[in-house]
Design a protein around this ligand. Structure first.
Ligand code: SAM
Length: 288
């Protein structure tokens, strides 16, 4: 089987199986070997690693993963791709393809069964229509993870990496940075994909914090505060939090908590660091 990753071999496979792209599944296949190498490097894949790939498509990135990792499990929603993957991955005995929706699979059971519960790596050229739900789902399941290396829309990568005060800073920045340290490993133009997406892309690496980055008494309160602050971005934090149906605090309680942290009652959520949001959550949870 010829290696995929160059346009000629990709077109040959697509023609052989008369494959029809499904827009609803966010199918943009990689056709650039430099980008594929870059993903493997950014994920620091070695023969020790167990890798979960989300959305293998016709198996382009999967072939690279099989070459470099110990074991690969690839989860693909589109059943029309399964016979193609059997063909393109026929040379490898370290890969299992599962035909399912990644959001419906019991990933904790899979890691327990296939890797004895030891930490895994996640690698993907993600379908852009569900990037955030997939990443948040990986974090919130508290899967044993070393790192996540994914191709996402450039704009989403910028939001994940953003710091307080920048225009891209928001709930996604805080959620991602609570769990992991992000860095953008490469910017990728539309001509590296077939068909071309109409947005720029980037490869982002999220290395999971091995120790909790901060002391937080009530994790769900932290995320409610973050959501409420950025839902009403233009309002002061006091008004944003007070207006939120998810939160019970009065303006006086919120003002008092902010003052106890040395912050002004006129401050906006977009100015607060993750540590300050955590301190605010701790102050509010003690106020009742
Ligand atoms: N990895 C391939 C590549 O780089 O050429 C394909 C990447 S393409 C951007 C995204 C892939 O994810 C498609 O194959 C699509 O069918 C699959 N996909 C979309 N939604 C999915 C889901 N919920 N669960 C699993 N796979 C999904």
């Amino acid at each position: 089987m010829a290696t995929l990753g160059n346009p000629k071999n990709t077109i040959e496979i697509l023609n052989k199986y008369k494959f029809v792209f499904q827009k609803k599944f966010g199918q943009n296949f990689l056709i650039d070997t430099h980008v594929l190498d870059k993903i493997i490097q950014a994920a620091e894949i070695s023969k020790e690693d167990f890798v979960l790939e989300i959305g293998p498509g016709i198996g382009t990135l999967t072939q690279y993963l099989c070459e470099n990792a110990r074991e690969v499990v690839a989860v693909e929603i589109d059943r029309m791709l399964i016979p193609i993957l059997e063909d393109t991955l026929s040379e490898y005995d370290n890969v299992t393809v599962i035909n399912n929706d990644i959001l419906k699979l019991d990933l904790n059971a899979l890691v327990e069964e296939r890797n004895q519960g030891r930490p895994i790596k996640v690698v993907a050229n993600l379908p852009y229509y569900i990037t955030t739900p997939i990443i948040m789902d990986l974090f919130e399941r508290h899967l044993p993870l070393k790192n996540i290396t994914v191709m996402v829309q450039k704009e989403v990568a910028d939001r994940m990496q953003a710091v307080p005060g920048s225009k891209d800073y928001g709930a996604l920045s805080l959620a991602v940075q609570y769990y992991a340290k992000p860095y953008i490993a490469a910017n990728v133009p539309p001509n590296c994909f077939m068909p071309r997406p109409n947005v720029g892309s980037a490869v982002i690496n999220l290395t999971l914090h091995q120790e909790k980055p901060l002391e937080i008494k009530d994790e769900s309160l932290l995320f409610k505060l973050v959501r409420a602050s950025f839902n009403q971005r233009r309002k002061t934090l006091v008004n944003g939090l007070n207006n939120s149906p998810e939160l019970p605090y009065s303006k006086e309680e919120i003002t008092k908590a902010l003052h106890s942290l040395g912050l002004s009652e006129n401050i906006r959520g977009e100015a607060l660091t993750l540590e300050q949001f955590a301190a605010l959550a701790n102050a509010l949870s003690m106020s009742r």
